[in-house]
Design a protein around this ligand. Structure first.
Ligand code: PLP
Length: 399
């Protein structure tokens, strides 16, 4: 007899455009770090909807905010003001470098807004954006062009004009790419999709200095690193490097689709009515969820708990490096954005490790063909971390 998981997979495979290689599991319920599939099986979720469920699945305060707002007003467009959108923008402005916010629905859309702002705010003839090799900025056509990984370009050429990709970590090569048409440099403080690759603080500082010296705008794509993921509200706040434009999405609505582009008063002034828009951007229900998410996160001691658990998690992962040197070589990242880098031999086992853990009831993924990635809810407990580490230990030992 078919299980519910098999039934939902079979039905889905007949009707979806096949853009995803999905696991053969249908999820029906989430609570904190736990997920439940259609056959009632429980999982510990160390992927969190790909770095989205910052406060855990169905956090009661976010659910309450969504339900309350859904009963009051779901959508009205940006022809009018709404209370949740204003409250969210106020929270973002009060807690970041930014003076102004544009609301979008996703990370890619937030990046589109950032790139459009960089172009319109720069002198005529300056439109080029330099990003880094290994970067990931989303799946709309301009975001794909910005993404420094050719596998995402293949089949969709020609790419929109004006994007170049500098080798990761090579400041001189980055500088050499700047020409009269360049308007901005865009990077992620930690590259998520290519295997949790942090940019060195000194490198980021040098990029900032380069932007200042050459009159370029610095855009931080904090779609993945933002909203508490790395142990502070935004990653730039730990690095001492402030961008001109920053994008946020993923964890912002704790699962409700929302993105935001943040910038300064001066730059925002260039985006006048008619230059950019979104029908759904800043939707009241998504904004209410985001306000609740940020409010919980900004409460006292939230980040001290995240960072204490992160230290514990990193120490546990480091033990794997000592124990299985043929398979794993390094722990990277910060907060609850951690990667366990696999050796050349280990890489061949990346996907089998993920599948073996899924079999054991643990969800992680293999990012960029290089690292096992752990981006659980920031509220993950020490006990849950220990359970994952024990299952990972067994899985690596089996190899
Ligand atoms: N930028 C970064 C750094 C990301 O990690 C992602 C998604 O993984 C995106 C942009 C795209 O976000 P979305 O899928 O919400 O469009």
């Amino acid at each position: 007899m078919e299980t519910q998981n098999e039934l939902l997979k079979a039905k889905g495979d007949q009707v979806f455009v096949g853009t995803y290689a999905r696991y053969p599991v249908a999820m029906v319920k989430g609570e904190g770090t736990r997920l439940y599939d259609a056959d009632g099986r429980e999982y510990l979720d160390f992927l969190g909807g790909i770095a989205v469920a910052a406060l855990g699945h169905c956090h009661p305060r976010v659910t309450e905010a969504i339900c309350r707002q859904a009963g009051e007003l779901v959508h009205v467009s940006n022809l009018y003001y709404t209370r949740p959108q204003t409250e969210l923008a106020e929270l973002l402005v009060a807690n970041t470098f930014a003076d102004r916010v544009f609301m979008a629905n996703s990370g890619a859309e937030a990046n589109e807004a950032a790139m459009k702002l960089a172009r319109i705010a720069s002198p005529e003839g300056k439109y080029g954006i330099i990003t880094l090799e290994g970067s990931f900025h989303g799946r709309t056509l301009a975001a794909v062009a910005a993404t420094g990984q050719s596998k995402f370009h293949q089949g969709f050429e020609p790419m929109p004009e004006g994007f170049r990709h500098a080798p990761f970590g090579d400041l001189a090569a980055l500088e050499a790419m700047i020409d009269d048409t360049t308007c901005a440099i865009m990077c992620e403080p930690i590259q998520g999709e290519s295997g949790v690759r942090p940019l060195e603080v000194e490198y980021l500082k040098a990029i900032r200095a380069l932007c200042d010296a050459r009159g370029l705008l610095l855009i931080f794509d904090e779609v993945q690193t933002g909203v508490g993921r790395t142990g502070s509200l935004y990653a730039y706040q730990q690095l001492g490097v402030v961008p001109d434009i920053m994008t946020s999405a993923k964890g912002l609505g704790n699962g409700m689709p929302i993105g935001a582009m943040l910038t300064t008063e001066k730059l925002a002034a260039k985006m006048v009515p008619g230059t950019h828009a979104s029908t759904f951007g800043g939707n009241p229900v998504a904004c209410a969820a985001a306000v609740a998410t940020l409010t919980v996160m900004l409460e006292e001691s939230f980040f001290s708990a995240v960072n204490a658990n992160s230290t514990h998690f990193q120490a546990g992962l480091a033990k794997m490096v000592g124990k299985y040197p043929a398979l794993v070589t390094q722990v990277r990242g910060s907060g609850m954005m951690l990667g366990l880098v696999l050796t050349e031999t280990g890489k061949e086992h990346g996907t089998p490790i993920v599948n073996a853990l899924l079999e054991k009831g643990f969800i992680i993924n293999f990012a960029g063909g290089t690292a096992l990635r752990f981006v659980p809810p920031l509220t993950v407990t020490r006990e849950e971390i220990d359970q994952l580490l024990a299952a990972l230990d067994v899985t690596l030992a089996e190899l």
